[in-house]
Design a protein around this ligand. Structure first.
Ligand SMILES: [Zn+2]
Length: 489
């Protein structure tokens, strides 16, 4: 099987090839059981599209407007060494001699499913037995997920941190069709080189052709194609002749994989502390928003279990600057805003919420974006600001409870629970309001957001009031605090 030629992509119409998706008029829907795998598949396919088409901005625009023809795809294939995309080769660097090989169930490659032994390793989403075997086709997306999305800490001492840092948030442009989504997230080489500082001698060979050497992997020496599929492990998947269903895509298979083997690379990328401290630098990973601080660049991660993506939406789209740090949108956003923006697109934010070696939650949110991002992004930031304002008001209105003289932890617990409820409910409200981002003016959107979020804040507040109506001191404090939510903006 070759990833650039053969049908290995699971869709609601069966397995199809990358060529079929890019060149046909049909809109295929990916079909994977877990949204995490679905997200990794979008990343991997957009990166494969990049390395096969090698588009410039002008070409990308043309493909978006007129589609990719079979001849164009075939021509592109003829210009590259497709052997690196054979399924025995792709992202699989052979084990070094005499290395100590660790193995584990493939379950660990769907990081929404915990099967570690740490105290807070929870079966959050599903039972680990539910994901114990995969077909050969799906091993590639599992392997990609391991290298790009899963935190090395999930594997203890045998874990490695990949080029973008483990557990970081992914933001993609979501087009109207799968084909459009892949093209919108393909990387134009001319624009990429404008945005990053690679050495003229940067290595472009894939890491399974030429593994990196040395203790520090310098970002400026890693070419675009090499970095898009940068490795952190030597891996192998053991095939067994045994018929069954694939737990990743649901297809029947004659051979299954249950175990994968790994040996970690020994050098450090700039995504790790060691790499940062030794000047490795941040490799501009195109799907990753990042925070720039005095001591270096960090991939944006979601750490708090109660984190909701809306709170950070503005910084993912337009960036954010504070005294200590600057948040910058992912490269694909810059590319879209500066070069490709046309028609309608959405933004997809996904990733895991990790706490050291454990996964405590998951994010997979789709937002509407204004047709013209550069002109209309104020509309988005205003809606988000209203959400943050209401959150702040709700917080203030609860603060009166601390004056009652009760145990601080007790009162703090009441407040925290209520705040979490607000943040979580606001997620849906904001996604809903942003559906109108193209149809309504900024002032109207702001007003709609204020009305909906204020009544949500009041509802959350009232439910706490009701719960403590028989606790006179608390109830009185809440009555005193209530006015904050009723004050005019
Ligand atoms: Zn499968």
């Amino acid at each position: 099987m070759n990833l650039l030629k053969d049908p290995f992509i699971s869709t609601t119409d069966g397995k199809v090839s990358l060529q079929e998706i890019l060149t046909s008029e049909k809109d295929y829907q990916l079909q994977y059981f877990f949204d995490e795998t679905q997200l990794a598949m979008l990343q991997m396919l957009a990166s494969l599209t990049t390395v096969v088409l090698k588009p410039t901005i002008a070409q990308l625009k043309d493909y978006l407007a007129n589609g990719v023809t079979t001849e164009q795809y075939q021509q592109a294939l003829a210009n590259i060494e497709t052997k690196w995309f054979e399924d025995t080769s792709f992202m699989r660097a052979p084990f070094p001699a005499k290395s100590k090989i660790a193995d584990g169930p493939i379950t660990k490659l769907v990081s929404g499913i915990e099967c570690g032994s740490s105290a807070n390793a929870l079966g959050l989403f599903s039972d680990s037995e539910d994901v114990s075997q995969s077909c050969s086709d799906c091993t590639h997306v599992l392997n990609y997920n391991l290298h790009m999305n899963i935190k090395g800490e999930c594997f203890g001492p045998t874990g490695a941190t990949g080029i973008r840092g483990g557990g970081s948030i992914t933001t993609l442009i979501a087009g109207a069709t799968l084909k459009e989504t892949l093209l919108l997230n393909a990387i134009a080489s001319d624009f990429y080189h404008k945005c990053t500082v690679l050495n003229d001698t940067a290595e472009t060979r894939y890491m399974w052709d030429l593994p990196p050497t040395g203790a520090i992997y310098q970002a400026q020496n890693i070419g675009l194609e090499r970095g898009l599929f940068a490795l952190a492990y030597h891996v192998n998947f053991q095939m067994e002749d045994s018929a069954g269903y694939c737990h990743i895509c649901g297809n029947k298979t004659e051979q299954v994989v249950r175990v994968f083997q790994r040996v970690k690379f020994t050098g450090a990328y700039g995504s790790t502390k060691n790499g940062r401290d030794n000047g490795a630098g941040w490799w501009l990973h195109p799907y990753t928003p990042r925070t720039e601080k005095e001591d270096g660049t960090y991939a944006v991660c979601a750490r708090d279990q109660n984190w909701q993506s809306w709170q950070e939406l503005t910084s993912y789209i337009v960036g954010k600057e504070t005294d200590k740090a600057t948040v910058k949108p992912a490269f694909v956003f810059n590319q879209f805003q500066n070069e490709l923006a046309q028609g309608k697109a959405n933004i997809l934010i996904g990733g895991n919420i990790a706490d050291q070696g454990s996964i405590t939650g998951r994010v997979y949110d789709l937002y509407s974006m204004p047709a013209s991002l550069s002109k209309n992004n104020r509309r988005i930031s205003q809606v988000i600001d209203v959400g943050l304002e209401q959150k702040d008001k709700l917080s203030q209105s609860f603060n009166k409870m601390f004056g009652v003289g009760y145990d601080k932890n007790f009162v703090g617990g009441i407040k925290e629970q209520a705040m979490q409820r607000f943040t979580s409910n606001a997620q849906q409200i904001i996604q809903q309001i942003l559906l109108d981002v193209d149809r309504k003016e900024a002032a109207q959107l702001r007003k709609d957001a204020a009305t909906a979020l204020n009544s949500e804040a009041k509802a959350v507040f009232k439910s706490v009031q009701r719960k403590y109506q028989h606790d006179l001191p608390l109830f009185k404090a809440l009555v005193k605090g209530e006015y904050v939510l009723y004050k005019a903006n």
